[in-house]
Write a protein that binds this ligand. Structure first.
Ligand SMILES: [Zn+2]
Length: 285
């Protein structure tokens, strides 16, 4: 069967979306793991995180009153551009910025700050609560690395929400970041389970994965409108109301393409598991 150019293009886009989500999730997970394993308060005290450099480069960028606490540099596989995470105790915004070859994501912690808790616990809590926003900013970072000049060009027409609310939410860079933010919110778990279903994993991981796929198929397997509804639940309210009808339609097509790929893949996995007499599959399906 020969796919039309149009359909082939949509398939390619859906694959790119899933790859982008996988990359964003990986950076997010690495960050959580880094914070979990590192004695942050100790590092901040001993100045091992180059606070001078952080102050010089990032101070005043968005949150003038904020305190940059953690600098976490990360090399991505496709670029040596590094990414830092800065946590602002008094900040309220989550944002991404670039300077020279460096990128940084600032995370405001004010709304979540609790006196007496360890810094590590507070940061982990914010990361969990603000996962969607952080995936959003990581998407901006990945777009910046991926598009470079195109990103710069797109930035020229950028409007802040204060300047032009409709313009901000319907800007191509924001559309992509909000899209990936919402879609990753509903596909993150199942994408991980797909990895666990393969051979070589632990028996328990495999069994959980098979049951998760069975559950996903029950829920979404033949039900795109349910999947779409879950997608909109994950999209911030402001964004939903400001989206133009054309962009809303484009989004729904884009969600459909990912759903379509996922459900085909899941039905295929189910078929293969059953035909190989997989013990977990015999229980799950
Ligand atoms: Zn944004």
């Amino acid at each position: 069967m020969k796919l039309s150019h149009r359909v082939a293009h949509r398939y390619l886009k859906a694959r790119q979306d899933r790859e982008l989500i996988a990359q964003a999730n990986k950076i997010y997970k690495d960050l959580v793991q880094y914070i979990t394993k590192t004695d942050i308060s100790q590092m901040a005290l001993t100045n091992k995180l180059e606070p001078v450099a952080v102050g010089r480069v990032y101070w005043d960028e968005v949150e003038g009153e904020g305190l940059p606490l953690v600098r976490f540099s990360k090399n991505t596989p496709h670029s040596n551009s590094d990414l830092s995470f800065i946590f602002h105790v008094g900040g309220t915004k989550t944002y991404m910025g670039t300077q020279n070859q460096s990128s940084y994501i600032g995370v405001g912690m004010r709304g979540y700050w609790v006196e007496g808790e360890t810094l590590q616990d507070q940061i982990l809590y914010v990361l969990k609560k603000e996962r969607g926003d952080i995936i959003h900013e990581i998407t901006h970072y990945l777009d910046y690395v991926r598009l470079r000049r195109g990103h710069q060009k797109a930035k020229d027409s950028y409007k802040t929400p204060e300047e032009d609310r409709g313009g901000y939410f319907n800007h191509p860079l924001e559309l992509n970041a909000y899209f990936i933010q919402a879609l990753s919110g509903i596909t993150e778990d199942i994408e991980e389970q797909i990895l666990f279903v393969g051979k070589g994993g632990r028996v328990n991981d495999h069994q959980v994965a098979v049951f998760s796929i069975s559950e996903w198929l029950d829920q979404y397997g033949n039900n795109f409108s349910k999947f779409l509804k879950s997608f909109w639940v994950k999209a911030p309210r402001n964004f939903k109301t400001m989206l133009t009808p054309e962009n809303k339609k484009r989004f729904e097509k884009r969600v459909y393409d990912t759903w379509d790929k996922l459900q085909r893949q899941m039905h295929q996995i189910k078929k293969e598991l059953i035909s190989s007499n997989d013990p977990a599959a015999l229980l799950a399906f």
